[in-house]
Design a protein around this ligand. Structure first.
Ligand SMILES: [Zn+2]
Length: 224
């Protein structure tokens, strides 16, 4: 991958939860941004229904939304994302949201930003119902655009069966050179880590760290 592939152009990222960006695309986004791309991250919810409250717990049901919002801001800063939109949909409810409202919101964003590239979840192969519903909405809205106006869509997939169904990733981004930014983004989501992961991370050597987090795969969505 060439860092400057999207130099001077806009990239739109659409995920439902704070921390989706950290694991799925932080390194790739950091590389594109270093290469001169402008990234808008539309995060659909604040992850306010999350069960993790930090270890030891420092959040509760009441304080979690504000805490996750701050974590998201910290993560976005670590990656270098220039434009964050918190869209205010409800965590764990994306599949039940008013489809018209969701579509209109995404249409308006696409209209405004005119991205060359959109990054989202691969509908059907992204494990969480919110992930699949988000990907489905993005694909639905982009498919409705005239062919000449459609951005390229790179999807993140990680369900157990995904390779059988959609084959191997089309793009595997090596994020070694920006791994520090990716780890800062992941670690910004303090309330979401399990103790084991946190401890594991501190003990991971550089090689293990890169083996676990050093590559980010994407599938080019076949728009009809
Ligand atoms: Zn998620």
């Amino acid at each position: 991958m060439n860092n400057e592939q999207y130099k001077g152009q806009n990239i739109l990222v659409v995920f439902p939860h704070p921390d989706d960006e950290a694991f799925a695309a932080a390194g790739t986004l950091a590389r594109y941004i270093e290469g001169g791309a402008h990234v808008t991250y539309a995060c659909l919810t604040l992850g306010e229904m999350g069960r993790n409250m930090g270890i030891p717990p420092f959040a509760n049901r009441v304080t979690l939304p504000a805490i996750r919002k701050q974590e998201l801001l910290d993560s976005v800063a670590a990656i270098g994302i220039q434009d964050l939109r918190m869209l205010g949909f409800h965590d764990k409810m994306v599949e039940f949201e008013d489809q018209q409202l969701l579509d209109k919101t995404l249409q308006a964003l696409l209209n405004e930003i005119q991205p060359k590239l959109v990054i989202t979840f691969y509908p059907g192969y992204s494990v969480h119902p919110d992930h699949d519903a988000t990907g489905r909405a993005v694909i639905r809205v982009i498919s409705a655009l005239p062919a000449a106006q459609r951005p390229v869509v790179h999807c993140v997939a990680f369900s157990n069966d995904h390779e059988q169904a959609i084959g191997k990733a089309n793009i595997i981004v090596d994020v070694t050179e920006v791994i520090h930014k990716k780890m800062s983004s992941i670690q910004a989501h303090r309330s979401q880590f399990q103790a084991e992961e946190l401890v594991g991370k501190q003990e991971l050597g550089n090689q293990q760290l890169l083996a676990r987090f050093g590559k980010e795969p994407f599938w080019i969505y076949p728009l009809a």
